[in-house]
Design a binder for this molecule. Structure first.
Ligand code: F3S
Length: 387
């Protein structure tokens, strides 16, 4: 990989040990994937925050780093709600370690927003054509497929290395040739709401790491496309997809396989519901938008939930919309911030989780060891209030 003279100096340690290590990560990746050079990024989104997933080794690694990120950089969800951890049953030891991790990132200049939907909070993080280094897979899909930016599915260390240097190796989804759809998926019937998460759950397993082009009978909203991309990133490794007729459009197509997903198959994802009796209902994977919070507030109006009911979102949105939050919480549901049902250890205490997200449906059984059932948002609310 070609390095400029100033990049060579960084790699030689001219700017200190941490910049040198960051350059080593980036150049190693660049050499593995045959990148020609480093390219500037607009922002970084950094996973590897929950103490549940990175443990003491991760805490030690991040605590030893010094330096300052060169671009706006945001943290992924952590393992707990930073204000309500005690009420939710997180141990003091876990909370202490979690805070140490977050503070270590903050010392590097990373914003502790702890969310997988940073694009709801600042519109200058990702614009069409920008190169990014984002690591949470649903955020990667959103940036590539909806915002028209370009990012690989970074690991936590490579996203942080890119943030510290302000550059990333030019390979993978940064290049036009890897952004060409190769599988066309025709979907029968009109879809709405959580149908898109169910579709993503099915389509990701088929597409693997290919770039799908969807032919749909209905036009999805951005929140619906968020759910579709998140689910495909979890049941498969899809980082970029297109919907025919909806921007951003592919520059070219090289369709090698065409498949059809029938409406019946999507309905079968819902049919999982009832295989276990949910003792927790958790929504907001990826973290809820204002529109999704509003829908929930309306559905929960004048109702009382009789099951543990989580609504996950970012703390910034929670703080910006206190009336919405109060409306949801008056039902007994909890608006949880900084974390989610997958990266928090709390959910492992439950036996059966009801979710409205295809991504959570794919991850919860494997990452939390908890059975999962899938329902629409309305079905989740019905299940919560009808005990
Ligand atoms: Fe976000 Fe957690 Fe889902 S990080 S995408 S809410 S698994």
């Amino acid at each position: 990989m070609h390095l400029t003279p100033s990049e060579e100096l960084l790699l030689d340690g001219e700017d200190g040990y941490v910049a040198q290590k960051a350059m080593e990560i980036l150049t190693t990746l660049g050499d593995i994937y045959d990148a020609d050079r480093l390219i500037p990024i607009r922002s970084a989104q950094i996973a590897g925050v929950s103490y549940k997933t990175i443990g003491d080794a991760g805490l030690e690694w991040i605590s030893d780093l010094a330096g300052t990120v060169k671009v706006p950089s945001i943290l992924n969800p952590a393992g707990m709600d930073r204000l309500r951890w005690e009420e939710l049953g997180i141990s003091e030891e876990f909370a202490e370690k979690q805070e140490q991790i977050i503070h270590a990132y903050e010392r590097l200049g990373v914003a502790a927003w702890c969310t997988c939907t940073p694009y709801y909070l600042r519109d200058d993080l990702s614009r069409a054509g920008d190169h990014l280094a984002w690591s949470e897979s649903s955020a990667v899909s959103y940036a590539n497929s909806i915002m028209g930016s370009r990012t690989n599915r970074e690991g936590g260390p490579s996203a942080l290395a890119a943030a510290l240097i302000g550059k990333t190796p030019n390979y993978g989804y940064h290049l036009d040739e890897n952004r060409i759809p190769t599988i066309e998926i025709h979907v029968e019937g009109r879809l709405s709401g959580t149908d898109y998460g169910a579709l993503g759950y099915l389509a990701g397993a088929i597409a693997g790491d290919r770039v799908p082009l969807f032919q749909l009978e209905s036009v999805p909203s951005n929140d619906e496309r968020k759910a579709l991309g998140a689910a495909m990133a979890a049941s498969g490794a899809v980082a970029l997809y297109y919907v025919k007729g909806v921007p951003p459009h592919p520059v070219a197509c090289d369709i090698r396989e065409r498949i059809t997903i029938e409406h019946r198959e999507i309905a079968e994802v819902y049919a999982h519901t009832g295989r276990c009796d949910p003792d927790i209902i958790a929504l907001g994977c990826p973290h809820c938008s204002v529109a999704e919070l509003t829908e929930l507030r309306d559905l929960l109006r004048d109702k009382t939930v009789e099951t543990e009911f989580w609504v996950c979102t970012s703390r910034k949105l929670r703080d910006q919309h206190p009336n919405l939050v109060a409306g949801i919480e008056s039902s007994g549901a909890k608006v949880i911030c900084d974390t989610c049902m997958v990266v928090s250890p709390i959910c492992e205490r439950y036996g059966c989780m009801m979710v409205s997200s295809g991504k959570a449906l794919a991850y919860v059984p494997h990452m939390c060891g908890v059975d999962a059932v899938f329902g629409s948002v309305e079905e989740c609310v019905r299940a919560a209030v009808s005990r």
